[in-house]
Write a protein that binds this ligand. Structure first.
Ligand SMILES: [Fe+2]
Length: 251
């Protein structure tokens, strides 16, 4: 949360963002999204919050999903009917849909077919810009999905691995794609958690939970999308990395 609040106003202004989307499924100390943090993200200027496999780690999300239509959980989760798997908005006169899906490879959740669920959303949602948060572990699964829906949606943005991938590009039919947008959280960490706490927990079966170090250097990973308002296809996708508020090139 600190990483985002430190730079989001600056980024929104610098890039003149029309719409800000954040995956919030791990925003609350690494697991789930509390009611307070959900409201805090909205107050920071996040327009749409997507979720993922931790969508219901904190049960308060049930009420939030019912109350906040710009909070979106994976459309293809089974046996869960609260809230919505996509939201359609009017952004400066342009119809925009943001949808959220869970992948299947190396994931524990019981889900309906991501591709069938995506077709379902496409049948229901208004024609316009369509940005998909495809929350999945496997890069190949995310690439497969993006190529299948190339030209049918504006962008397929992978999330879940917390590590930004170096494959951002426009696919042949005009869909912007990246296997994983990355993470907002501690830069020197194991996917957001303080390293020693992960070593103790995983290698030595320690009793303490993995913890988030709020004092660590804060990193923000994001992508900037430039989308054609006539064709709804992607003109540019630019990965962003900021550490302690400064733009950084990896290395
Ligand atoms: Fe996840």
């Amino acid at each position: 949360m600190t990483a985002v609040s430190d730079v989001l106003p600056f980024l929104a202004k610098r890039y003149e963002a029309d719409l800000i989307i954040a995956n919030g499924e791990n925003a609350s100390q690494g697991f789930g999204l509390t009611h307070r943090d959900c409201l805090a993200l909205k107050d920071m200027g996040v327009d749409v919050i997507t979720l993922g496999n931790h969508w219901r780690t904190r049960k308060s999300i049930d009420d939030d999903l019912e109350a906040i239509d710009t909070l979106v959980r994976p459309h293809n989760v089974r046996d869960y009917d609260l809230g919505q798997g996509y939201v359609s908005l009017d952004v400066n006169g342009v119809p925009v849909t943001v949808s959220n899906l869970l992948g299947t490879a190396f994931m524990k959740e019981e889900v309906n077919s991501p591709s069938a669920s995506m077709h379902e959303i496409l049948d229901e949602a208004p024609e316009g810009v369509h940005i998909v948060d495809y929350h999945a572990e496997s890069t190949s699964e995310k690439s497969l999905f993006a190529h299948y829906f190339d030209g049918m949606v504006s962008a397929v943005l992978g999330t879940h691995t917390h590590v930004q991938t170096a494959d951002a590009r426009i696919l042949p039919q005009g869909t912007g794609f990246i296997s994983d947008v990355g993470m907002c959280g501690a830069y020197e960490s194991v996917i957001g958690f303080e390293p020693q706490s992960v070593i103790d927990r995983i290698y030595f079966n320690g009793p303490n939970p993995m913890r988030v170090d709020d004092e660590a250097e804060a990193m923000v990973n994001a992508v900037l999308l430039d989308i054609d308002e006539q064709t709804y296809l992607c003109k540019a996708i630019t990965p962003l990395v900021y550490v302690n508020g400064k733009e950084r090139i990896h290395g």
